[in-house]
Design a protein. Sequence first.
Length: 134
Amino acid sequence: PNPGWYLQQRCCHRRRVSLFFEFHDARVASVLLEPGRTVISFSHLYIFEEVDSKGGKFYSGELELGPAQISGSFPAEEENDLGSGALMVGEELFQGTVPLPLETELPIRLTLDFLWGSRFELKAVGAILRMREI
């Protein structure tokens, strides 16, 4: 069953369940730069539940951002495993993990550190992560 394009927080026994992914469990497939938007495609994101972090599911995803200022380099390989990363949304820093759902109009700064040493950084305004279970 596909939860749809937007993975939302849900209730579990009247407790709010927070979802997140960790950068080191993610694989980037591509980065698309177009006029007015930037899209980072993830071929693998392992989504954890905070209440029971032993369980989760694999998703693919697209992180769509506004026009971005980019620095660093994206590795030449077709798919790339991440070693770590950080996301700043407004003034809030998320080191190593990304809370879900992710949809904001605030300024963001994203740093992706790939396993083989490359670092890719971008700054943009606005972001939305769309996911599909794989």
